[in-house]
Design a protein around this ligand. Structure first.
Ligand code: CU
Length: 433
């Protein structure tokens, strides 16, 4: 089944050997090795070409300015996929500090932390203080708003922002907009911007000249990459309708821990590598999640995105650099997880029963129990999940690996629930009288 999905993705990949690119299709840029890709906007027609590693050193020349995107640092993560995410973030910062053209600023597209812990944010701040660009612009990932619906994030990183932390700023003629699509996610859905933020965005862009280059950045991709894994945003179409009239729009996202690109009309979409751990290509594994690669190859699948902006020529160059570019591309494969029993239903007559959280799924997904039964959820994944009643009847904290949540069902009825970090994950408990 996974192969079928991969074939579907592969069908849509572009041939990077030529300069000409199908403007409506997908682009996959040596995703696992972080080979660079240059985009040139010429007369409104985006042309893309791959270039060899190392070419990034010249790409900054003549640019009006450069900024660097980093993403998904997951400070606090310590599982086998990368036992030292602080060290790999530090490597990314060292690489930025060594760039021949100093970037004007950094953009961090979310998942700064693993579990929204104050100590994790502190560590991130400390590493970023060593970066040569003194300014970093942030947006939150779902890992940063786990414990308090994002209040701590707002206190630390959301000064002068609106709502859940959205804002815009101008830099040398380019208009940047940071969007938040990781709060108030609905069961069964994808990322969400929400009505209030969309209204604000429309207003923010209104009255700006169509020749102003626009950069939108948000954690979860603003284009649908793989909905089965939640890799998309429910109301992104609405947001993108507000930028249609602009001549140059660049959309930068994180979340999926790999490079994917798409050019549609005058809008270029780009996702960045993580500084912490890689994730499998869409559909190539039973679920998303940390992918273990041999230790000596880890730094080749982590990296930074270096964006050179040449305003006068309407040209934009995006360069993805792996932390270690000393070797040839490796192919990504799913993290060796096998399809565990994925029973879709079950009946329990005991007074206690268990639901496994595994491979981004609740197993069994639906169970029928007698009233008074206690249900225990145990997280077996390397990534935190939550158990939230869609009706607001129960709500777990973020469950890290091997952590549990228990709830006793006293009243008959049907209790749908989901993970608030990964709203595609849903389950239900039916309680008989
Ligand atoms: Cu989850």
């Amino acid at each position: 089944m996974a192969n079928k999905k991969q074939d579907f993705i592969d069908q849509r990949l572009q041939d990077l050997n030529n300069d000409g690119v199908d403007r409506r299709g997908f682009l996959k840029c040596m995703a696992w090795a972080g080979t660079g890709l240059v985009w040139t906007m010429s007369g409104g027609i985006p042309v893309s070409r791959a270039f060899a590693q190392g070419a990034g050193h010249t790409a900054g020349k003549g640019a009006d300015f450069t900024f660097v995107q980093i993403s998904d640092s997951h400070i606090g993560f310590n599982k086998p996929a990368n036992p030292d995410v602080t060290a790999t973030l530090q490597t990314a910062i060292n690489k930025i500090n060594a760039m021949p053209h100093k970037p004007d600023f950094l953009i961090h597209t979310g998942d700064l932390s693993q579990l929204s812990k104050p100590s994790e944010f502190d560590t991130l701040d400390q590493v970023l203080r060593g970066a040569s660009p003194k300014q970093t612009y942030f947006v939150p990932g779902e890992h940063d708003v786990l414990t308090d619906n994002g209040e701590q994030y707002l206190q630390r990183y959301g000064k002068n922002t609106k709502g859940a932390g959205w804002y815009s700023f101008d830099h040398k003629g380019v208009h940047f907009v940071g969007l938040v699509n990781v709060v108030n996610l609905k069961a069964g859905g994808l990322g969400s911007l929400g009505h209030e933020q969309l209204e604000w965005l429309e207003d923010d862009l209104k009255g700006r000249s169509a020749s102003t280059p626009i950069v939108l950045f948000a954690h979860i991709p603003l284009w649908t990459i793989y909905p089965d894994w939640g890799w998309g945003t429910d109301d992104s179409e609405q947001a993108l309708s507000y930028v249609k009239r602009f001549g140059s729009v660049t959309v930068l996202n994180g979340h999926i821990h790999q490079v994917m690109q798409k050019i549609e009309g005058k809008v270029s979409f780009h996702t960045a590598m993580s500084t912490a751990f890689p994730q499998p290509a869409p559909g190539s594994a039973p679920s998303a999640g940390p992918m273990k690669v041999p230790a000596d190859q880890l730094q080749r699948v982590l990296g930074i995105t270096d964006v050179n902006y040449l305003v006068s020529g309407s040209s934009l160059a995006v360069i993805d650099s792996p932390l270690d570019s000393s070797s040839s591309p490796m192919s990504g494969n799913g993290g060796g997880t096998d399809m565990a029993a994925m029973a879709s239903g079950g009946t329990s007559t005991d007074s206690a029963t268990e639901v496994k959280i595994d491979n981004f799924a609740f197993t069994p997904g639906a169970i029928t129990i007698k009233r008074g039964t206690q249900v225990t959820w145990i997280n077996h994944d390397d990534i935190p999940h939550t158990v939230d009643s869609t009706q607001g009847k129960f709500k777990s904290a973020a469950l890290d690996t091997d952590q549990k949540f228990e709830f006793r069902f006293a009243e008959p009825g049907e209790y749908p629930y989901y993970c608030r970090m990964h709203p595609k994950m849903t389950g239900s408990i039916i309680v008989q009288s």
